[in-house]
Design a protein around this ligand. Structure first.
Ligand code: AMP
Ligand code: MG
Length: 273
């Protein structure tokens, strides 16, 4: 049995600390092995299912899960494996793509704020407003002066959401450059996955170092008490899934979601004929 280290504590980016992804081990498993992780993931998924049922019934607060990571880091896979615990009715997923003309005609948070979860929902962001300090920065889509002001704006935005009943939990899926190469190759080689592969992915891959610098800054500047970042070692998919499921379940358990009280006019001993 592996030692049960507290993944929530181990993987948290402590506010006001400097993240350097290059110095972290993205293949770490924190004492787990694949065989031991399997039943543990099932256990965490069962916890998540129970917590979501209560959360949905309670309908007073919301949870926002933000997923970021470089191409092929496993954002889609994580949603597939971990969020399967949830009743889809209470778990909207939003994938943020290249902004439309309409979206670009507004401030960058406009499209994001519209998608934040309702009370009772667990909203998943597959990419997010963080793209506006990541791809936007790497490709100089706006001047430095504009993107560099956004870290504080994002912290303010997330604090407003948190103050109004949204628990925010942000996962950065961290993989190595070589792991990305292998995943792109596997994608290309598999006829059921080649559709996911684009030559543009290889152009982005050339900008690896610029992305790492942008990730380091975003993680360092925007991990707050109200909206913490967790850096998930994601080279091993089974550990990634276990870590995300455990941290999300621990976060939701701390909220103690409860079934609402029975309506006043419902008697205690009713037998329905
Ligand atoms: P995918 O996640 O593979 O479907 O790709 C979505 C693409 O949209 C990625 O290349 C993102 O970098 C890009 N994207 C998402 N948000 C923005 C944004 N705000 N500005 C520019 N590109 C974005
Ligand atoms: Mg892609």
């Amino acid at each position: 049995m592996p030692s049960r280290i507290d993944l929530r504590n181990a993987l948290l980016v402590k506010p006001r600390t400097r993240v350097r992804l290059a110095r972290m081990d993205h293949g770490a498993t924190h004492g787990w092995d694949k065989v031991g992780a399997e039943p543990e993931l099932d256990r965490q998924l069962a916890r998540l299912a129970d917590l979501q049922d209560r959360f949905w019934a309670e309908a007073k607060r919301s949870v926002l899960v933000v997923l970021q990571g470089i191409d092929a880091a496993g954002k889609d896979g994580t949603i597939n494996k971990v969020m399967e615990a949830f009743n889809p009715q209470g778990c909207p997923v939003t994938s943020f793509k290249v902004p439309s003309t309409e979206e670009l005609a507004h401030d960058y948070l406009w499209r994001v704020h519209k998608q934040v979860p309702r009370r009772g929902e667990i909203g998943i962001f597959n990419r997010s407003h963080y793209e506006d300090v990541l791809v936007v920065r790497v490709h100089d889509l706006v001047p430095r002066k504009v993107w560099s002001a956004r870290y504080d704006q994002i912290n303010d935005f997330e604090r407003i959401l948190a103050d109004n009943g949204t628990t925010i939990v942000k996962f950065f899926l961290a993989i190595d450059r070589d792991e990305q190469r292998e995943r792109f190759q596997a994608r290309y080689d598999d006829p059921t996955k080649r559709w996911k592969f684009s030559m543009g992915d290889l152009e982005e891959r050339k900008l690896w170092d610029d992305y790492q610098a942008a990730f380091d800054d975003a993680l360092s500047k925007t991990s707050t008490a109200a909206a913490p970042w967790y850096v998930i070692p994601a080279n091993r998919k089974w550990f990634r899934n276990l870590a995300v499921a455990t941290i999300l379940a621990d976060t939701m358990a701390a909220l103690r979601p409860a079934y609402p009280p029975v309506a006043d006019d419902v008697p205690a001993d009713l037998v329905i004929e």
